[in-house]
Write a protein that binds this ligand. Structure first.
Ligand SMILES: C[S@@+](CC[C@H](N)C(=O)[O-])C[C@H]1O[C@@H](n2cnc3c(N)ncnc32)[C@H](O)[C@@H]1O
Length: 230
């Protein structure tokens, strides 16, 4: 099968699963209940990965995991759970693998101590009364575990527990320091041939500096989403 036929095949699997319709219903619920802006002045939003027709990046993540069949995957930054849902759907279809996520959620309308979130944080929030990942379909949650807290505090202990990992995705705090910390820490735990992904790679030099240092070519998965292979 040609590469584009395989890509379509994987997109077809996602579409047949009903995940896109499910996420659309959840998104409508989000926009019905969440209005306003953060204390830092950013309009509330879902923070989700996106793409040309809204789900391109999700399809690409799904395809990557269907092809590489990771046993242990780790991501930071769950929020409402769009990327997480695509990753979990792929693991479910693979019939193998586990996903460990870390998230420090911001809840719409809540007040936070100064310094809880980094100054550059945008408006990604979850609705009041919801947990991070609330958009993920119930039948995809069996392979998922979620750690609540700052990735700067939680990533090392999580990786000590998982041992070697096959896949890592950063989509949490997009500060230079946090991105650099996550790339360094995840790289140590990543097996040779494993995938390191980051969203918002254009916000600061962390990704470019890291990929240059480890001598890997960055491959685009979206306008701000990129991949390197160890
Ligand atoms: C861009 S959103 C993630 C979106 C998600 N990947 C998706 O596609 O739906 C970023 C999430 O990371 C959380 N976050 C911010 N700072 C964090 C930190 N230091 N550690 C862990 N999570 C953090 C945010 O509150 C938010 O829930």
């Amino acid at each position: 099968m040609s590469e584009s036929a395989t890509a379509l095949d994987h997109e077809g699997e996602v579409r047949e699963s009903g995940l896109v319709e499910h996420l659309e219903r959840r998104a409508a619920e989000f926009w019905d209940t969440v209005k306003g802006e953060t204390e830092r002045g950013h309009r509330y939003n879902t923070g989700r990965i996106t793409g040309r027709d809204g789900y391109d990046e999700g399809f690409r993540l799904y395809r990557l995991l269907r092809e590489m069949k990771p046993r242990v995957a780790v991501e930071t930054g769950v929020c409402n759970g769009v990327s997480t849902a695509f990753l979990l759907l792929a693991l479910e279809r693979n019939g193998d693998g586990e996903l460990h996520s870390i998230d420090l959620p911001e809840i719409a309308g809540e007040q936070y101590e100064p310094g809880t979130f980094w100054d550059g944080k945008g408006g990604a929030v979850i609705p009041p009364g919801r947990d991070p990942g609330w958009m993920i379909p119930a039948d995809l949650r069996g392979r998922w575990s979620l750690v609540l807290g700052r990735s700067q505090d939680e990533l090392r202990p999580l990786l000590e527990g998982t041992g070697e990992i096959d896949f890592f995705m950063h989509d949490s705090e997009h500060s230079y320091d946090c991105m650099s910390f996550e790339f360094d820490t995840a790289w140590e735990a990543l097996r040779d041939g494993g995938a390191l992904i980051a969203d918002d790679v254009n916000l600061n030099p962390a990704w470019d500096e890291f990929t240059t240092r480890v001598g890997r070519r960055s491959q685009p998965l979206g306008s701000k989403l990129a991949l390197i292979v160890k």
